[in-house]
Design a protein around this ligand. Structure first.
Ligand code: THU
Length: 159
C-alpha cells in the first residue's frame, strides 16, 4: 500500500539549533508580545528570514468578526512579500503563548497557513524551513510546508 512519510528534526532547546534558526526562533518567541488576540488569548508570533539576512515578523491579529482575523504566519509572510518582493524566503519560525501557560510543545501551522506557505514556496522556487516551538521545550524543524500538506492543491492544478 502507498505510504506517506517525511523526516523532521526535534531539538530540546534553542541552543541546540543552528545559530540562524536559534536567532529566528528567539525573535518569533518575542514577537508573541505584539499579538492582538483579545478573543482567544492565544498569542502567536512568527519571524521570517530572507535570503539577504533581513528578518520580518508577524503576529496573529484577531477581529470581533472572528473569521476576519489572520494568523501570525500569514501576517509575517504577507509583510515580507509586500516589503521585499524580490528576496528569497529561507525560513519561518513560529511560536506562541497559550492562555493556560502550557507553552512547551510546538503548535503546528493551521491548514490555511500550510496552504499559504506552500504557495509561498512555489513563488519562491525554494522550500521554506519551518521552526516550530512554544516558549520553552521541544523544537521541531520541518523542511517544507509541503511535508505537512501531502497531496496539496496548487497553481499547477489550474493550468
Ligand atoms: N493561529 C495562528 O496565528 N497560527 C496558527 O497556525 C494557528 C492559529 C491563531 C489564530 C487565532 O488568532 C488564534 O491563533 C487561535 O486560533
Amino acid at each position: 500500500m502507498p505510504t506517506y512519510q517525511f523526516t523532521y528534526q526535534e531539538f530540546k532547546k534553542e541552543s541546540d539549533l543552528d545559530s540562524s534558526h536559534a536567532q529566528l526562533l528567539s525573535i518569533a518567541r518575542k514577537a508573541t508580545e505584539h499579538a492582538y488576540a483579545p478573543y482567544s488569548k492565544f498569542r502567536v508570533g512568527a519571524a521570517v528570514l530572507l535570503g539577504d539576512g533581513k528578518i520580518v515578523t508577524g503576529v496573529n491579529i484577531e477581529n470581533a468578526s472572528y473569521p476576519v482575523g489572520i494568523c501570525a504566519e500569514r501576517s509575517a509572510l504577507a509583510s515580507a512579500i509586500s516589503e521585499f518582493p524580490h528576496e528569497t524566503i529561507v525560513s519561518i519560525a513560529i511560536s506562541y503563548v497559550s492562555p493556560d501557560g502550557a507553552n512547551n510543545m510546538p503548535a503546528f501551522p493551521c491548514g490555511m497557513c500550510r496552504q499559504f506557505i506552500s504557495e509561498c514556496e512555489d513563488r519562491n522556487k525554494k522550500n521554506i524551513v519551518l521552526i516550530l516551538a512554544g516558549q520553552t521545550g521541544t523544537i521541531v524543524v520541518v523542511n517544507s510546508s509541503k511535508d505537512l500538506l501531502p497531496f496539496s492543491f496548487g497553481g499547477k492544478d489550474l493550468e
